[in-house]
Design a protein around this ligand. Sequence first.
Ligand SMILES: [Zn+2]
Length: 378
Amino acid sequence: MTLPLPTERAGTLAHRTHHLADGREAVFFSDRGTPPVEHIVDQRPLDARSGGGEVRFDRLTGEWVAVAAHRQTRTHLPPADQCPLCPTTGGRESEIPAEDFDVVVLENRFPSLGPGLDELPDPGQVGERSLWGAPSPAYGRCEVVVFTPEHQGSFASLPPERARTVVEAWARRTEALSAMNGIRHVFPFENRGEQIGVTLHHPHGQIYAYPYPAPHAARLAARSRAHLAGTGRALMGEVLADETAAGDRMVLAGEHFSAFVPYAARWPLEVHLLPHRQVPDLAALTGAERDELAVLYQDLVRRVDRLYATPTPYIAAWHQSPVSTADREAGWLHLQLTSPRRAEDKLKFLAGSEAAMGAFINDVTAEQTAARLREAAR
Ligand SMILES: [Zn+2]
């Protein structure tokens, strides 16, 4: 009998899809070697799901805008004993009808996109004026990724095997969502800290599956496609090679991934973590790459937590290629972690130049930030 290779160990991570009382999907992922939750019964008398919001096409910018006026009643910073992401225990029913679990991904009860799935009308073919009278339903899917049954903590404080399960959940949901009708772009992310709008303390992230490439992703994808067509090389691969050679903005390097502060960082704290190999999204990573990603991503967020006496708010954004073939050939998965914190008690707010013009002014150099993150290694 031959032992499995390390890269095949991902196959032992299992998941099961269940349904909540209102029909939403809840996908239970289990740590390596542990069986997933086999059976759930959601006894809550939930109302039927609402029809969701709409999207409107902005003909001045060529971008879609989602309008989610139905979300105003969503849960906002509940006390710990009413947390919707804790397990269901005793008489208290939460969003997760199980007494224990490892990682759960569930459809958001108050989604900005969805629950319908379909193709958006093409603004160029329908005629932009007619879209003013008839906004499209906000097709798509919004999911919540619950990192742990524990109410306290953060991604940084998860046991290593749990962090690995979260990476697996991101990868498998990316694959499943990318295959859904009308989905054009899948975006896993984590907001950490009330200062940047977190409405639930329980350690969790989110995944948005858009019916269009998000504007920032579309700009990046267009430059990546043009660079590949013009040079035959991947744009992000050149950036990674140049940053590795320069060295002064590097933060950490492993066998499969490296992290650096980008040369033209926009935020007082900004780091990119990316694979050494061109892959379009998390679903395309091998088991060995997912193993190392879990370790290095935890290393990175722990360094961020060591920069100040209190936890630093951050947005951890997984930039994945839009699902089109041309974008997948040119794109390169990367994590962009940013924070508006510029000192112990100071946050950078997006003021006129940034918010209105998209023209960023950073008070800190990328080289200074990289040096601080290298020193925060242990
Ligand atoms: Zn909780």
